[in-house]
Design a protein around this ligand. Structure first.
Ligand code: NAP
Length: 338
């Protein structure tokens, strides 16, 4: 089954793969950009025709453009949300566009008669604020906003998904809502403007890290995340559900080992030694980006994607392949010099 889908934030990493896969499946695709000057270049990268892929200008923080973008759409994949490795000056710089953006998209979607709205949420809305240690999370878990490891991006994703679900209950009418909650998304990059999640591989490969902090995350391939969105757009009987998108949990040092063993000629700068926690905490005093993640040191936040595998027939490729393909694409595009 296909239809007309609005994928918000067509310049984004995940959205790019979703748009390409949706076009390949025969969907009519609409997408939003906040900067219309990017359309020409993106059209060349994403493919499609003037008819099958149409661009609209809309920002998460304003109403302009949303009604036009939604007109005639049967489905929405709301992917756009602020995501950066940099710590914002104020947490509201992320929280407000994330929350207002999804509420705005929901409102215009309902007014346009959209039948299914899929929000790209995150494991950030599931697996934070639960204290130090080893945890395994499922879709029934929610991030505890009072936890001391809850930084601005984590708050933005949790608040946005909560707000979306509250709105659907109160005002959604017949429109169905589903969330996809990905872990760290890796895989090949399709443009020079890539997601914050790619920074891990870029910095390891480029020798920008003196060692590996004791940090880890579930890894999932961007192509599989796009595929899961398409399944969630059409599968019957899943209204209201959440689907974790993740493969195995890996520490940074495990990612480094994959690069070293699978790409020995390209991984000369990849560090293999573990950085002691005290050194990471010391560096955090001078670096707000590092300060954000010191609460994660030593934690294992394993997330269980069994629900998506079982209910949606979803499959994931090996994490090693996502890491290798990510590295090779960064090298091919000249983004990293090895
Ligand atoms: P990305 O490449 O940075 O994409 C983010 C998109 O959001 C971009 O298209 C960006 O547009 C758009 N955006 C940000 N602020 C906006 C605003 N005020 N108005 C309109 N558009 C705005 O990152 P991504 O990895 O593809 O992330 C896509 C979604 O997946 C996000 O919701 C993110 O939270 C979620 N997610 C990502 C990961 C991951 O590891 N990558 C994991 C879990 C969840 P511009 O190009 O104009 O900035």
């Amino acid at each position: 089954m296909t239809g007309t889908v609005l994928v918000t934030g067509g310049s984004g990493y995940i959205a790019g793969f979703l748009i390409q896969q949706a076009l390949a499946e025969g969907w009519q695709v609409r997408t939003t950009l906040r900067n219309p000057a990017r359309e020409v270049r993106l059209r060349g990268l994403l493919g499609g025709t003037a008819d099958s892929l149409r661009f609209f200008t809309a920002d998460l923080t304003a109403d302009a453009g949303w009604a036009e973008a939604m007109a005639g759409c049967s489905h929405v994949a709301h992917v756009a949300s602020p995501f950066s490795t940099n710590a914002p000056d104020h947490e509201d710089d992320l929280i407000v566009p994330a929350r207002e953006g999804v509420l705005r998209a929901l409102r215009f979607a309902r007014e346009a008669g959209v039948t299914r709205f899929v929000q790209t949420s995150s494991v950030a809305a599931i697996a934070y604020g639960h204290g130090k240690g080893v945890h395994r999370f499922t879709e029934t878990d929610w991030t505890n906003l009072a936890g001391n490891d809850v930084y601005a991006y984590v708050k933005s994703k949790t608040i946005a998904e909560r707000a979306a679900r509250d709105w659907i209950t109160a005002e959604g009418g017949a429109m169905e809502f589903v969330s996809i909650n990905p872990a760290a998304v890796l895989g090949p990059v399709w443009s020079d403007d890539f997601s914050a999640s790619i920074e891990v591989v870029r910095q390891l490969l480029g020798g920008l890290l003196p060692g590996c902090p004791d940090l880890g995350f579930g890894i999932v391939d961007v192509r599989d995340v796009a595929d899961l969105h398409l399944r969630a757009l059409t599968a019957p009987g899943i209204a209201g559900e959440r689907f974790i998108a993740s493969g195995p949990f890996m520490k940074l040092v495990d990612v480094a080992r994959v690069l070293k063993t699978r790409l020995p000629d390209h991984a000369r700068k990849v560090p293999m030694r573990r950085l002691p926690d005290w050194l990471v905490r010391f560096s955090a005093r001078f670096n707000p980006m590092i300060r954000q993640i010191t609460g994660e040191l030593g934690n294992v936040r394993d997330v269980d994607a069994g629900h998506a595998l079982k209910v949606l027939g979803w499959k994931t490729r090996p994490a090693e392949q996502s890491i290798v393909d990510c590295a090779l694409s960064l090298i091919d595009r000249g983004i990293v010099r090895v």
